[in-house]
Design a protein around this ligand. Sequence first.
Ligand SMILES: [Zn+2]
Length: 81
Amino acid sequence: MSLSREQISDLLKMISTSESDAADCGCCFDQIAEFADAQLAGQPLDDAMRIVQRHLEQCCCCKFEYQALLDGLRAIEDDRL
Ligand SMILES: [Zn+2]
């Protein structure tokens, strides 16, 4: 199977659209701690946090990291009480 020039440009468009729509893993990972903090504090999510949230919904890998972090933060909070 070979792709036509048009199909390739469509694919590239699709890829760049999805990238601008959701953060990539590295970018998301940088903000996971902030996102977890905001979630635990019950703060409203700003645009950057919403992008992280959307990425977490789509990416098992980051979601796993996030859950682990959340568990850790909760454990710390339980210790404080
Ligand atoms: Zn990810």
